[in-house]
Write a protein that binds this ligand. Structure first.
Ligand code: ASP
Length: 311
């Protein structure tokens, strides 16, 4: 049966955009929540944060491992008030913050995550701590905070997260803006991480896709490292990050084709459902989204940095 005109118009409005890059060692995103009509001077600040994250990530990767690279890059974005993660996290409908983060490596496919935490400065570090220092994969709420601080993660008071911009957004119901990173080492080992405040005005207790391995984050050296941003409920239901890897493994697709396949099966939503970054073991990276924009950037083996803030 023919689709009604309104559906065609909706589909046309969310036609996906994608960048593909080669020889990438580390890539980041600052979410698909690019503010409408972002003025150039503000875009510059976002771009500077993305570049700082890429450089910190690369330095950590070179001095340590791919997981160090992912963690360091994400921490820079968590510490910036401009992204919906860590310091700049959005508010729940109660005016509180509840942060989610996860990290994963692609060789043994080990991972860690925290969710619904309100007192941790860097949830990505807490996620890594869960991965390396506990026998669990996902810890939530007060138990996660207690475990993380007992293992050296920095605690902050809830006022640390209060920024006037986010308060304004709670009133306006702006939606997305998570951060994430993917990295590979010289042997093609992969890592991915994602950190978020979730969706503005979310119900307290709601978890999104970002702390769920297979939904918002996944890494498998046999496929790709993936980090997502967007309407978390959809990303959980579609198991997006794992779906991309599964398409590569079972359908023998390249990373860009697999991302296109994932988005071809996404439900059409006004304004789009979101985006993802994915990196394969050979350094081919894709940045795919069906929204108005996605903050994103990558750094290649020769140290060249590329940062984009729009479509
Ligand atoms: N995916 C996140 C969530 O649903 C939101 C975002 O990407 O900004 O929690």
């Amino acid at each position: 049966m023919m689709k009604p005109l309104s559906v065609w118009l909706l589909l046309a409005a969310v036609a996906p955009a994608a960048d593909v890059a080669n020889d990438v060692v580390l890539a980041v995103h600052g979410g698909v929540g690019v503010p409408e009509n972002l003025p150039p001077e503000k875009a510059k600040l976002y771009a500077a944060d993305l570049e700082a994250a890429l450089k910190a990530g690369l330095a950590a990767l070179k001095a340590g491992t791919h997981l160090d690279g992912v963690e360091a890059a994400i921490m820079v974005l968590e510490d910036s008030p401009r992204f919906n993660a860590g310091r700049g996290a959005v508010f729940t409908s109660d005016g509180t913050v509840e942060l989610d983060a996860s990290i994963m490596e692609g060789t043994k496919r080990e991972g860690g995550a925290v969710a619904g935490v309100s007192r941790l400065k860097n949830p990505i570090r807490a996620a890594r701590t869960v991965m390396t220092k506990s026998e669990h994969v996902l810890l939530v709420g007060a138990g996660a905070e207690r475990f993380a601080t007992a293992n050296g993660c920095t605690e902050v008071s809830p006022t640390y997260f209060w920024t006037p911009e986010r308060w304004e957004q709670l009133r306006k119901k702006t939606k997305f803006g998570t951060v994430g990173a993917v990295a590979r080492d010289s042997q093609g080992r992969l890592a991915a991480g994602t950190s978020t405040g979730g969706m503005t005005g979310k119900r307290p207790g709601r978890l999104g896709d970002s702390p769920i391995l297979g939904a918002g984050t996944y890494a498998d050296d046999r496929g790709a490292a993936v980090s997502c941003s967007g309407h978390g409920e959809v990303f959980i239901r579609q198991a997006v990050a794992h779906d991309l890897v599964a398409r590569m493994r079972y359908q023998k697709l390249g990373v860009a084709e697999a991302a296109a396949g994932v988005f071809a099966e996404m439900p059409a939503e006004e304004g789009g459902v979101g985006g993802l970054i994915a990196l394969d073991p050979k350094g081919r990276a894709v940045f795919h989204f069906d929204t108005d924009g996605m903050f994103r950037g990558w750094i290649t083996a020769d140290g060249k940095v590329e940062v984009r803030t729009g479509r």
